[in-house]
Ligand binder design. Structure first.
Ligand code: ATP
Length: 578
């Protein structure tokens, strides 16, 4: 993808930001481990990307002037446009270009019973552990396995102060390190328990292989893993009591299930049909990391596509179409499709959508979850992964969830979620296929995918390196930049402003008259603007009538320039962006 120069990465602020955000937390310190540190090449690339995001106004650290808040990010002018483009394209392809999907825009805070019904109150948690010495917090599955010698102590005494602690403790030290280093850590532990001058008791040593029970930074024993609910709590109303606890939604999907009946009634849809929603979701992630990849506040784009249970399809059409590899999944939906074909259909639809905004199939991985990885209600789940510089990771999950969600809400609310299928003359709770994508992860994938370094000629034709964001024109934050060749020629400036007004109703335009034209191109290359229009003396007719009212259209990627009539500009550009 990119032509990179391989310098040793410096530990700049941006580098620390993307892979070691722990220092930005407020409250209980949370720490990630060395396993999260990327190899130098990845570190270097991510450092450049994070730095460009800040420099050009794609993404800023939230609350930066106060030192930041870990897991929260703000999108600057270019980032805000990029996100809008992603959401608008998703919305358009999901609803406006289809007859069988409608939209919803639900509230973020909903009745807390919803989260009991969905299982989030009781099971939406990660296991966490704390260092017994420093109290630093880790996600249990992210602690690096350690090998060495563990020193166990049964307690300690402080004879002078006539004090004693019977709290057992242990320390792991790498092989070959003297026991003294373990004793030093153990003494600190007992000092924290009020023994100023502790003498250690009951020392015993044992070899340990690949244990995740110790803090990789200091060897101290960690607490037993315990679940940590990821939902962010708040109180609704003036009284902060248990009765008023509510949650910032951890996903947008549940609102769709609880509004299923209302939407059904007003939209005149029939199963199979879908309801989709784009909106904020919140998760109190133990270790936000990899820049915006794992945040505590993010946006989701979710579709719940309701289908007939297979028994109803069988009854209606005589058989359920079999899933075979030869079956083209892009086929128009058929009445004989059961959940398997609908599921495969949506996986294919979603991959095609990613392709349409510039993420080629070679950058994606279709990961079919193994049986033992599936949630208890899921019949199948496919994760669409993107090859991020820091690893191949999930962009979207597409789950066949059966009738779990509607049935749960029927049970908890006491309201029927059944649907009467006139064609099949059957009443049932519809099953669901759920493609669920993250806007922020996709924005990050598109930014990583677009980042490129190559060479371009400067003013004098000498080659110099350039950074260019090769966004697909469909999602590029700015579509076209308009430049008068010279700022100090009022006729050029006037004409360029006219061209800006000509384009503005159709496209996002950026007008720039400051600096040498090469510099202006370079600035737009970094912003990922696919087209540049330059107004020069030919445009004014100074080189004869043939070139009057023509402009130079520059392509960002090939850097080729062509002469285009002003009258052709709008249709030509809008066609390229369709
Ligand atoms: P992960 O396994 O990475 O935590 P998940 O499987 O829990 O993700 P889902 O609950 O399926 O994620 O959410 C659907 C989508 O929402 C994900 O594919 C991802 O794009 C996005 N998403 C989930 N959690 C986060 C997060 N903490 N930060 C940013 N995006 C997220």
């Amino acid at each position: 993808m990119a032509l990179l120069c391989h310098k040793t990465p410096s530990q700049s602020k941006e580098n620390l930001l993307w892979n070691n955000p722990a220092r930005l937390d407020i409250g209980t310190p949370m720490q990630n481990t060395s396993r999260l540190m990327a190899d130098p090449k990845t570190g270097e690339l991510m450092e450049k990307i994070v730095s460009l995001c800040k420099r050009r106004g794609f993404i800023f650290q939230s609350s930066e002037v106060y030192g930041g808040l870990n897991g929260f990010w703000d999108y600057g002018p270019l980032g805000a446009e990029l996100k809008r483009n992603i959401k608008e394209r998703w919305w358009r392809s999901m609803t406006q270009l289809r007859d069988d999907v409608v939209g919803l825009d639900a509230s973020i805070i909903m009745h807390p019973r919803i989260w009991e019904a969905s299982g989030h109150t009781s099971t939406f948690s990660d296991l966490m552990v704390d260092c017994l010495l420093t109290k630093k917090r880790f996600r249990a599955d992210q602690v690096d396995p350690q090998t060495g010698t563990a020193y166990f102590f049964t307690g300690a005494t402080d004879a002078a102060a006539a004090k004693e602690s019977r709290d057992p403790f242990s320390v792991l030290v790498p092989r070959g390190k003297p026991p003294e280093s373990a004793r030093k850590i153990a003494k600190q532990f007992y000092q924290q328990r009020g023994l100023e001058n502790p003498s250690l008791l009951g020392e015993r040593a044992e070899p340990v292989e690949n244990s995740t029970r110790y803090n990789p930074e200091n060897g101290s024993l960690l607490t037993e893993p315990r679940p940590f609910n990821l939902m962010l709590k708040t109180y609704v109303g003036p009284v902060e009591s248990a009765d008023n606890v509510s949650y910032l939604r951890p996903e947008t999907a549940q609102a769709i299930f609880v509004q299923f009946k209302n939407v059904l009634e007003v939209s005149r849809q029939r199963v199979p049909f879908g309801i989709c929603q784009v909106g904020k979701a919140f998760r109190n992630e133990i270790n936000p990391r990899n820049f915006t990849f794992r945040s505590r506040e993010f946006e989701q784009m979710e579709l719940e596509f309701f289908i007939r249970p297979d028994e109803v399809v069988q009854k209606l059409t005589g058989s359920v179409a079999a899933l075979s590899d030869s079956q083209p999944p892009t086929l128009d939906p058929q009445p004989g499709w059961g959940w398997e074909l609908w599921h495969k259909y949506w996986v294919e639809q979603r991959i095609q959508w990613y392709e349409s905004i510039g993420l080629g199939r070679d950058t994606l991985v279709e990961y079919w979850q193994k049986k033992e990885e599936l949630a208890h209600y899921a019949k199948a789940t496919v994760d669409i992964l993107y090859k991020f510089p820091f690893g191949t990771q999930e962009l979207e999950g597409i789950a066949a969830r059966g009738d779990f969600d509607l049935t749960q809400h029927q049970k908890f609310s006491g309201k029927s979620m059944e649907y009467f299928d006139e064609e099949a003359k059957a009443k049932y709770v519809p099953h669901v296929i759920e493609p669920s994508a993250g806007v922020d992860r996709l924005a990050l994938a598109l930014i990583c995918n677009a980042y490129c370094e190559d060479e371009a000629p400067d003013e004098k034709g000498k080659m110099e390196s350039r950074v260019v964001m090769k966004f697909h024109p469909r999602i590029a934050p700015i579509k076209v930049a308009v430049f008068p060749l010279l700022k100090n020629k009022p006729e050029l400036v006037k004409k360029a402003r006219e061209v800006r007004e000509l384009l503005r109703p159709h496209l996002t335009v950026f007008y720039d008259e400051a600096g040498a034209i090469g510099r202006r191109y370079r600035r737009q290359d970094e912003a990922g603007t696919p087209f540049g229009v330059t107004i020069d003396f030919e445009t004014l007719g100074e080189q004869g009538p043939a070139l009057k009212d023509t402009v130079t259209l520059r392509d960002r990627d090939s850097m080729k320039q062509e002469r285009v009539k002003l009258g052709d500009l709008v249709p030509l550009l809008t066609e390229k962006l369709r």
